[in-house]
Write a protein that binds this ligand. Structure first.
Ligand SMILES: CC(C)=CCC/C(C)=C/CC/C(C)=C/CC/C(C)=C/[C@@H]1[C@@H](COP(=O)(O)OP(=O)(O)O)[C@]1(C)CC/C=C(\C)CC/C=C(\C)CCC=C(C)C
Ligand code: MN
Length: 402
């Protein structure tokens, strides 16, 4: 590929991160997250369950955030465009220097905003309620996530190999080190310098895409949970440092991160329940095999799209579980910074209503697509506002130490 390589002068130092890690209250064992997450997922008494392993990641991410610190947007860093690498219409002028907050960097963020507006209009409108700095950062993260998903789900997906994902990961490492390849990467490179966003959830999302390349069945919920963490829980962990935690919040950082993780898991479970038919047509069944078998259902029932009583009661249980994750997430939304609460609450309420739509379709998720209509979307906004305005809980979280 040809084009322009951006690089950022003055890459982020890691001394703050190290010092925060050293005061972490419940410091997990120093194993790498990849090692933690690649060991067997089944909890047979001697190994940790996926939920326990992901929780260790949550603890680490929570430890990286220093509370009551406003990100510094006034820095004089510059981003420089250099020769080579990935092009397309996201190229800039080789050799040009981009002062932080300068025209080209602003353009990079604007392009990220355009992508959001095109792919996720409602979400884009929600971001307009955030502060300008947070909104731009969320756009940059969104675009990276969307591009990552497109690698395995987009028009070129059939050509994607694990090697291509390795290259994508290398590119991720580069942008975190201040050497972004294109405009979109440059926006994210700037974001990760301004906010305490860690690389781990991004790497884990790529790991989820690797899983999608090699796995089309999930034996049990433990396996599915890990997949949901990789492709969606990670989004929650990437977002909290940008959304910010309310200065007056009495919740522990780890509980806020846990709620964010729960929102990602809830969203992905909902995605899976909505898309059962579509996924089956691609030979994929994400639903836990052991739960299907216990309900007297087989892959064949799914491939034939049989909406039987067995299927309906199975779906009821799956929906119940997804709602539990939404409820857990909802408790955390009010702990976020005031300007972020409303859009996040709105997105939660909107996504949760997809579950209602599956019920309204009488559990036919093979031939009918569950969606939330415009009127309901609009009605959800004041409801979200009413819940978001409440603000943080007054109860001091016993696990809070930061
Ligand atoms: C305390 C608290 C509750 C904080 C909130 C934290 C927060 C903002 C969490 C956001 C959670 C969220 C929106 C997760 C996205 C989950 C998701 C749907 C992932 C999808 C994966 C693959 O799915 P699949 O291929 O099955 O589905 P498609 O048919 O392709 O849709 C993803 C597509 C991965 C890629 C994810 C995105 C493109 C969304 C990224 C979103 C953000 C960065 C912004 C989040 C911010 C707000 C305000 C919701
Ligand atoms: Mn996808």
């Amino acid at each position: 590929m040809s084009g322009v390589l951006f690089w950022v002068v003055c890459p982020k130092g890691s001394s703050t991160v190290t010092s925060i890690l050293s005061i972490m209250p419940r410091k997990p064992e120093r194993r790498t997250v990849r090692a933690l997450l690649s060991s067997p997922a089944v909890n047979d008494g001697s190994t940790l369950s996926s939920e326990e392993r992901v929780y260790e990641v949550v603890l680490r991410q929570a430890a990286l955030v220093r509370r009551e610190t406003v990100p510094d947007f006034s820095s004089r860093r510059t981003i420089q465009l250099a020769e080579g690498e990935i092009g397309g219409d996201s190229r800039g002028a080789a050799g040009a220097t981009l002062p932080a907050g300068g025209v080209l960097l602003n353009e990079a963020y604007d392009r990220c905003g355009d992508v959001c507006a095109e792919y996720a209009k409602t979400f884009y409108l929600g971001t307009l309620l955030m502060t300008p700095e947070r909104r731009k950062a969320v756009w940059a993260i969104y675009v990276w996530c969307r591009r990552t998903d497109e690698l395995v789900d987009g028009p070129n997906a059939s050509h994607i190999t694990p090697k291509a994902l390795d290259r994508w990961e290398k590119r991720l490492n580069n942008l975190f080190e201040g050497r972004p390849y294109d405009m979109y990467d440059a926006a994210l490179a700037d974001t990760v310098q301004k906010f305490p966003v860690d690389i781990q959830p991004f790497k884990d999302m790529i790991e989820g895409m690797r899983l999608d390349l090699r796995k089309s069945r999930y034996n049990n919920f433990d396996e599915l949970y890990l997949y949901c963490y990789y492709v969606a829980g990670t989004v929650g962990l990437m977002s909290v440092p940008v959304m910010g935690i309310a200065p007056e919040s009495k919740a522990s950082t780890e509980n806020v991160y846990n709620a964010a993780l729960a929102l990602g898991i809830a969203n992905q479970l909902t995605n899976i329940l909505r898309d059962v038919g579509e996924d089956a047509r691609r030979g994929r069944i994400y639903l836990p095999q052991d739960e299907l078998a216990r309900a007297g259902l087989s892959d064949d029932d799914i491939f034939h799209g049989r909406v039987t009583e067995k299927w309906k009661s199975f779906m009821k249980e799956q929906i119940k579980r997804a709602r539990k994750f939404f409820n857990e997430a909802e408790k955390g939304v009010t702990e976020l910074d005031s300007a972020s609460r409303w859009p996040v609450m709105a997105s939660l309420l909107l996504y949760r209503q997809i579950l209602d739509a599956i019920e309204a379709n009488d559990y036919d998720n093979f031939t009918k697509r569950a969606y939330v209509g415009k009127a309901r979307k609009i009605l959800s906004l004041p409801v979200a506002f009413g819940r978001a305005i409440k603000g943080p809980s007054k109860v001091v979280d016993s696990t809070r130490s930061s």
